[in-house]
Ligand binder design. Structure first.
Ligand SMILES: NC(=O)c1ccc[n+]([C@@H]2O[C@H](COP(=O)([O-])OP(=O)(O)OC[C@H]3O[C@@H](n4cnc5c(N)ncnc54)[C@H](OP(=O)(O)O)[C@@H]3O)[C@@H](O)[C@H]2O)c1
Length: 325
């Protein structure tokens, strides 16, 4: 069995970019409530990264997980961006996080960089181990070094028993496919490219993962928030900006489809990726206890087979139209 297969990933995981003040401040009380509600509801998988609020997410998540038995949950973090002392005179909003710039990021996919990043993460988390390490967004940095040095380094760390599984996390299906083809990784964290709204860009990746037994953790399955509410607002977000009009319209069509089957757009969005055989888990970005509770309800909502059949028919039609265009 592959390392990923042995991990038994739960269907629903907690994405902690929001604990790093993604887009806006998450208060300490909100962070307390979100992690406690997740734990009390039985969520046992958590994802963070040095990138998320320049270490803020790792620090906050580690503090909040500290009371719980370490062997009862899975924790993933990422490597590739080392944090160095920064000016501390401004903020990090240009990178999407509402935190002061006490640190700056420095690309580091060399073996020593990857190992240093792992050690720094453990210090910030206040824990002695993480279960999964992902190379984070290699396409935004020195991609070739990430593939040639970073992935073999991660695989060695797994073989030494420092972590239980390794992978790559990215919104770029091309780089993930490239990483899967090295044969070195167990998992990919695929952001936004396999959702109720978008599938085409990840077709080859999903086939490759299925063929090689590499597991997919689907994230940004709300496409950053666009599919997070049944009534799609005019200013709905999409990948660090506002959703374009065509996407808003498509999301509203999918909401109408959901309604015809007595369910909601987010019910479909959270469950959709798990229908693919290579998808092992969905991690949702959650900021508050209320979001955690409503997402658990969405995950448990009974979706009629007729709704999935209608979605599959629409996808077939869209593919046929695309290939004849
Ligand atoms: N490259 C990578 O490896 C990568 C990339 C992206 C994400 N990730 C991981 O995946 C996680 C999730 O991704 P994501 O944060 O981009 O996107 P997401 O899960 O698609 O969307 C999260 C947003 O949806 C909203 N939301 C969540 N639950 C809601 C609810 N019940 N009701 C209303 N709104 C709700 C929140 O909006 P508000 O902001 O308004 O609270 C939240 O910020 C991240 O936290 C991170 O751990 C990894």
């Amino acid at each position: 069995m592959s390392a990923a297969g042995a991990l038994a990933l739960p269907r629903l995981g907690f994405g902690a970019a929001q604990l790093g003040n993604l887009y806006r401040v998450t208060t300490d009380e909100e962070a307390d409530g979100a992690v406690r509600a997740a734990w009390d509801a039985g969520i046992r998988s958590f994802d963070t990264a040095p990138h998320y609020g320049l270490g803020t997410s790792e620090r906050r998540l580690g503090q909040r997980l500290a009371p719980y038995p370490r062997e009862e949950y899975l924790l993933s973090t990422k490597v590739g961006r080392l944090l160095r002392p920064g000016p501390g005179t401004g903020d990090d909003t240009a990178n999407g996080f509402a935190v002061p710039d006490h640190h700056v990021r420095e690309w580091a996919f060399s073996e020593s960089g990857v190992r240093r990043s792992h050690e720094q993460s453990l210090e910030r988390l206040g824990l002695d181990r993480v279960d999964i390490l992902f190379a984070h967004d290699p396409e935004e940095g020195p991609e070739d070094q990430a593939i040639a040095e970073g992935l073999p380094a991660l695989a060695r760390m797994r073989d030494e028993g420092l972590v239980r599984a390794v992978g790559v996390g990215s919104k770029d299906a091309r780089v993930l496919t490239r990483a899967v083809r090295t044969g070195l990784i167990d998992l990919v964290m695929l952001s936004g490219r396999y959702t109720l709204l978008e599938q085409e860009a990840s077709r080859e990746l999903r086939e490759e993962c299925e063929a090689r037994g590499v597991g997919i953790i689907a994230v940004s399955v709300f496409n950053s928030g666009l599919l997070a509410q049944h009534e799609v607002p005019e200013d709905a977000p999409y990948e660090y900006g506002r959703a374009p009009q065509a996407m808003l319209e498509r999301a509203r069509e999918l909401a109408a489809l959901a309604e015809r089957h007595g369910i909601t757009l987010p019910d479909l969005a959270v469950q959709y990726p798990l229908r693919h055989p290579a998808v092992r888990s969905v991690a949702l970005g959650m900021r508050t206890a209320a979001q955690v509770r409503s997402n658990l309800e969405r995950m448990a909502a009974p979706v009629p087979e007729a709704a999935w059949a209608e979605i599959e028919r629409l996808e077939r039609e869209a593919r046929a139209a695309g290939s004849s265009a």
